[in-house]
Design a protein around this ligand. Structure first.
Ligand SMILES: Cc1cc2nc3c(=O)[nH]c(=O)nc-3n(C[C@H](O)[C@H](O)[C@H](O)COP(=O)(O)OP(=O)(O)OC[C@H]3O[C@@H](n4cnc5c(N)ncnc54)[C@H](O)[C@@H]3O)c2cc1C
Length: 401
């Protein structure tokens, strides 16, 4: 018999998991979240990340759900972790060149390490390092790793094995179901000491033994973590301004893997002529993520038809020709989508937009209130960002205390 998937790819499954987690989002999470008990044991963390990554669930509704049962003081740790995601997304949005830099560095290192066994051994879990080898295999088998395991793994990859950080980040992107341009790239940069100048993350055997319930106590780990260096970064650019949506213009509703809950992003009563649910394998890095999004797209199609009252058709490509064909076929004069942050979907939309515009079809992106409120504050480190949390939660109508 086939095992049920670790992450059933529907919004309902995400909501059920959220509901089961909410009672534990206070003290249980705060005390247990750093422990990785292993893939087969119950953990204190929510395992909601694939749902949040593709926006089958929205940060705002998860924060809202836990704040409905706990005071902010009691569930602060959980809300802060969700805000790490929001922070990384906002930070990268204002520095898109960091993503471009990662892609260039990854391609350069892939070429440089093409015929070496070191990468293949690390990815296959053949280094002989206890824990590290297990996490490599766990990642490939399940598409998920606990946050602490991701930190230990990245630290050992960079400082013990002395492998290029961009190839480690690439390994994660190809296997994590929640693989995300911002959270993954910037977390790897953070471990490497590129993200917060001079600060690195050093994995130690004691810390690993303690937080794996004694499952692993690797020997021979690096004892120092000298920060990596890079060319100076360009300053943050302002958040991109978006053209407003005219709800009276006949519209094609576009759903991409960046936001699969258009019901909470777009107005119901616009003049929707049809919807296009894009399931384009080239927008994702790994088979686990592709499989999740493929099934989640079918789920999104049904929800969109129910909510917006228009037909929803699948599309295997996100390009100008597909969008123009779908707009013409449905009588739409604009293409409307929930905002796509820095990454492959945004790149595809940037390429398609001028071709659509030349045909008189504007591409309109709608950013969520949560992102509009939080992202502009991701200019510096997480600490000043986090300090704004109570005020910004209150601004969005949630209990800020
Ligand atoms: C090297 C490295 C790579 C990572 N790559 C990714 C990635 O590609 N995609 C991804 O979604 N997360 C990534 N993370 C962040 C984090 O590890 C996962 O989001 C988390 O482990 C998901 O498990 P959970 O849902 O049980 O988390 P919980 O602890 O239950 O947290 C709730 C939610 O908050 C968010 N979150 C929690 N911790 C973080 C964090 N440190 N950074 C950003 N968001 C966070 C996630 O959306 C998560 O679902 C990475 C972390 C590291 C150290």
């Amino acid at each position: 018999m086939r095992e049920p998937p670790l992450f059933p790819p529907t919004r309902t499954a995400g909501l059920d998991r959220l509901a089961a987690f909410v009672p534990h989002a206070g003290a249980d999470y705060a005390m247990g979240r750093n422990t990785d008990p292993g893939p087969d044991a119950p953990a204190a963390v929510s395992r909601l990340s694939p749902y949040l990554r593709y926006r089958l669930l929205i940060e705002q509704e998860t924060a809202s759900a836990v704040l409905a049962e706990h005071s902010l003081h009691a569930c602060e740790k959980y809300v802060q972790e969700v805000l790490w995601r929001t922070y990384w997304k906002g930070w990268l949005e204002m520095r898109p060149q960091v993503w471009a830099r990662f892609v260039a560095e990854r391609d350069r290192q892939r070429e440089a390490f093409r015929d070496t066994r070191a990468i293949a051994d690390a990815e296959a879990g053949r280094t002989g390092i206890e824990g590290f080898d297990d996490w490599a295999r766990e990642l490939v088998a399940t598409g998920y790793l606990h946050n602490h395991a991701r930190m230990w793994f990245a630290s050992i990859w960079i400082f013990t094995l002395r492998l290029p950080w961009a190839l480690g980040a690439d390994f994660f992107l190809r296997h994590l179901i929640d693989a995300d341009a911002a959270s993954n790239t910037l977390s790897w940069r953070w471990v490497a000491g590129l993200q917060t100048a001079g600060k690195t993350y050093l994995a130690t055997a004691d810390n690993i033994a303690r937080y794996t319930n004694g499952r692993f106590a690797p020997k021979g780990l690096a004892e120092q973590a000298e920060p990596l260096s890079e060319a100076a970064m360009e300053p943050a650019q302002p958040m991109p301004q978006l053209a407003p949506l005219n709800p009276r213009t006949p519209a094609l509703l576009l759903v991409t893997p960046e936001d699969m809950h258009p019901e909470s992003a777009l107005p119901r009563d616009a003049d929707w002529r049809a919807a296009l649910i894009v399931n384009d394998a080239s927008l994702l890095w790994g088979d686990g993520a592709r499989e999740f999004v493929r099934a989640a797209s079918a789920d999104a199609g049904m929800r969109v038809t129910d909510h917006f009252g228009c037909s929803a058709n699948p599309a295997a490509r996100l390009d100008a020709a597909t969008l123009i064909g779908a707009a013409h076929g449905s009588g739409a004069q604009q293409v409307v989508t929930a905002f796509a942050p820095v990454g492959p979907v945004a790149d595809a939309l940037t390429q398609a937009a001028p071709v659509l515009a030349a045909k008189g079809i504007p591409l309109v992106q709608v950013r969520r209130e949560w992102d509009d409120i939080f992202w502009p504050h991701a200019r510096k480190g997480f600490f000043p960002f986090k300090q704004q949390m109570p005020r910004l939660l209150a601004e969005i109508g949630m209990p800020g205390r």
